[in-house]
Design a protein around this ligand. Sequence first.
Ligand SMILES: Nc1nc2c(ncn2[C@@H]2O[C@H](COP(=O)(O)OP(=O)(O)OP(=O)(O)O)[C@@H](O)[C@H]2O)c(=O)[nH]1
Ligand SMILES: [Mg+2]
Length: 340
Amino acid sequence: MGFFKNLLDKIRRKSSITQSIEQTTQIFNSNQSKFDQGLKKASNVFESVINDVVAKNTKVDQQLLDKIEEMLLSMDIGTSAVTRIMTAITDEIKYQNVENLDLVKQIIIDKIIVYYIQDSVVDNGLHLLPNQTNVILMSGVNGVGKTTTIAKMAYHFLQSNLKVCLVAGDTFRAGAIEQLEVWANKLNVPIFKPKKLNQDPASVIYDGLNWAVQNKIDIVLCDTSGRMQNKVNLMNELKKIYQVIQKFNVNQPCESLLVIDATTGQSGIAQAKVFSEVSKISGIVLTKMDSTSKGGIILAIKDNFNIPVKFISFGETYYDLQPFGLEKYIQSLLSNFNKE
Ligand SMILES: Nc1nc2c(ncn2[C@@H]2O[C@H](COP(=O)(O)OP(=O)(O)OP(=O)(O)O)[C@@H](O)[C@H]2O)c(=O)[nH]1
Ligand SMILES: [Mg+2]
């Protein structure tokens, strides 16, 4: 279908294929069918709300525009992005004097996509530095999927013959160290653990990094406790962890990844704001995308921060962690329209 081909061409032109993206794709196999399966709920809802809005109106008028706005807000896109997308939709409809409802559908989709890729260079690659032990720090609120994401990442690094170790920086929650240890045993990778519960996590991570360098580890994956963004002492603790890693090596962490549960919608955005104030967030891992019917959080993240979504997770197996690809994401989200 011409419309979709044009859309995909637009995305391809805007995406910058950098060295690091190629590196990530080599380590993490990017798979369209994982996106299709994982975004099934979101794409079904996306299709039905757009069709519904258009079907319930017989003409292109203000009432239709109001309904489109309501629909965008219901998709977790976020208010300021919705306002700007609505301006673009309204301008196009008025400028082109559009009366055909099918064309309205295409305009809605086109403006959403164009909004995402607006003058941006989408660099969602992992920035691993050569000839040194690379540190990846994971942070996020409770239960978002930090520890399981670490296990999934470790699996993929191992497939590329990289030497990996895990550092149990969650010294707070009972059972957290054991949980990471179960993964370490399954993956057969070393784990650096605190000597006692409640030990200062920054000191555990510092010791872990020393150990990793001595043992010529390529990638150190640091787990941290879940922390609510409004708990000042816990946020200060994360700041200290970040600073300790930088003190260890000024170029590290090579990645500081904030894990956000896609099902939490706009509260994920509030989290990102506070976390990026205490530790420079280099990328976002969006988990549990398989469990949400709202695909709009990607746009809300884009609208609020210039932090790339580097990984997206669609489930609990190793292969469910995928490097984020805008083209794959859009293709899956629009898969139902594409069949029309
Ligand atoms: N459906 C689905 N479940 C996921 C995904 N990622 C993680 N989970 C599940 O989410 C739950 C919490 O995962 P954890 O990795 O323990 O989360 P955490 O952020 O480390 O939690 P705390 O350490 O308690 O803060 C587990 O049951 C995971 O299996 C995903 O992409 N999809
Ligand atoms: Mg955990």
